[in-house]
Design a protein around this ligand. Structure first.
Ligand SMILES: Nc1ncnc2c1ncn2[C@@H]1O[C@H](COP(=O)(O)OP(=O)(O)OP(=O)(O)O)[C@@H](O)[C@H]1O
Length: 310
C-alpha cells in the first residue's frame, strides 16, 4: 500500500505585509500527480519554493518522504525540481549536462554516464544526447529539465509550469512523460499549471489556490462535482409546439433564467438544474433531451476564482 509522500500543514509565507501563501494544508500519496492550480499570483511558485526548501516558511511546516522541514538538506536529496524559468548552458550537450548533475549528487563518472543515458532515453532525447543544448527546441529543453530533476532518483518531483510556451505536440509529450514518471517510477509529481485540461488529463488530485488560500482540494472528480452542483446551466429540448409553454413554466422557477432558440431552451440556475427539470415534467411537457454543463473542472475553477486574481 502506498503512503503519504508529501504533507503540508498550515504552510504560510508573508513578504512584508503581503501574504503570498496562507495556511495551506494538504497531503499527497506516493505515485500521485497533484495539480497545483490557480490564477497569476495565487501562490503556486511560492508554495513550491517552500516545499523544495528554497524559501523558509513564515509559518507552518511540511514533510517530504517522511523527512520534516527542519532537515532541508535531507529533503533536497529526495526531491527533483524543474523551476518556472530554468536556464541551460547552451554549449554543453544534453549528455554532459546530465552527467554533470549526476556528479553533483555524488555519482561516480560511470554511474553518472549510465544515469544520463537512461534518462535521455526516458525523456525521448537519446538521439540528441551529443547535440549542444543551444540546438534544442523549447520542448526538448523542458524534457531535459525533467530528466535533470530525476537524476537523484527522487521521491517527489516539482514541475513549475512545465508546458508553458510549448505547442500542443510539445505539451502532450511533457504530459505523457509526467504520467510515466508517476506510474513507472512511483514518483510523486507536483505539477503547477494554469492550463485546466492538463490537470484533467494527468492529475489524480488537485489543489486550487487563490490569493494564497486553498479554495478546494481533493480528487479531480470530487472538486469538479462539488462545485458544479451550485453553478449550472444546460439545454432542454422540447417539441416545437410545446416550446412557448416550456419557456413560460421555466420562467416561473425561482433562480432560473431562460433563453429560447428554436426548439432548445438554455436554462441557467444558481441552485442546480433539478428544479428546472422537475417544473417542466410536472407541467406534463415532453422532454426530448436534457444536457447539463458545468461538469468540468474548468467550470469549477472559473466559478471559484472569478474576479480573484491579485
Ligand atoms: N520575493 C517576493 N517578494 C515579494 N512578493 C513576492 C515574492 N514572491 C512572490 N511574491 C508575491 O506573492 C504572491 C504569490 O506569488 P507566486 O509567484 O507564488 O504566485 P503564482 O501562483 O506562482 O503566480 P504565477 O502563476 O503568475 O507564476 C504574489 O502576490 C507575488 O507578487
Amino acid at each position: 500500500m502506498s503512503g503519504v509522500s508529501l504533507e503540508a500543514r498550515e504552510l504560510s509565507k508573508w513578504f512584508g505585509s503581503r501574504t503570498a501563501v496562507d495556511s495551506v494544508s494538504f497531503a499527497v500519496q506516493e505515485g500521485e500527480v497533484i495539480g497545483l492550480l490557480g490564477p497569476n499570483g495565487a501562490g503556486k511558485t511560492t508554495t513550491i519554493r517552500m516545499l523544495s526548501t528554497i524559501l523558509s516558511p513564515t509559518g507552518g511546516d511540511f514533510a517530504v518522504a517522511g523527512v520534516p522541514s527542519s532537515r532541508p538538506a535531507d529533503i533536497r536529496a529526495r526531491i527533483g525540481v524543474l523551476p518556472e524559468s530554468a536556464g541551460y548552458p547552451a554549449f554543453q550537450t544534453g549528455l554532459e549536462y546530465l552527467m554533470y548533475h549526476g556528479r553533483l549528487f555524488g555519482l561516480s563518472r560511470a554511474e553518472a554516464r549510465q544515469t544520463a543515458v537512461r534518462l535521455l532515453k526516458q525523456v525521448g532525447l537519446a538521439d540528441r544526447a551529443q547535440s549542444r543544448i543551444a540546438t534544442y527546441s523549447r520542448g526538448m529543453r523542458q524534457r531535459l529539465g525533467i530528466a535533470r530533476a530525476l537524476v537523484n532518483n527522487p521521491s517527489v518531483v516539482f514541475l513549475d509550469e512545465p508546458t508553458l510556451g510549448l505547442d500542443p505536440a510539445g505539451q502532450r509529450e511533457i504530459l505523457t512523460l509526467v504520467r510515466t514518471i508517476a506510474e513507472a517510477r512511483g514518483t510523486t509529481v507536483v505539477l503547477s499549471t494554469h492550463t485546466l485540461p492538463e490537470v484533467e488529463q494527468v492529475c489524480s488530485s488537485v489543489l486550487i489556490l487563490n490569493q494564497g488560500k486553498v479554495l478546494a482540494s481533493g480528487s479531480v472528480a470530487e472538486v469538479t462535482s462539488t462545485e458544479a452542483a451550485g453553478h449550472q446551466s444546460g439545454r432542454l429540448r422540447v417539441p416545437p409546439e410545446e416550446m412557448a409553454r416550456a419557456a413560460e413554466v421555466l420562467r416561473r422557477v425561482p433562480g432560473v433564467s431562460v433563453e429560447v432558440l428554436k426548439d432548445v431552451v438554455t436554462v441557467t440556475s444558481a441552485d442546480g438544474m433539478n428544479n428546472a427539470l422537475s417544473a417542466v415534467l410536472d407541467a406534463g411537457l415532453t422532454v426530448v433531451a436534457f444536457e447539463v454543463d458545468g461538469a468540468r473542472l474548468s467550470d469549477a475553477f472559473l466559478a471559484m476564482t472569478r474576479g480573484g486574481t491579485s
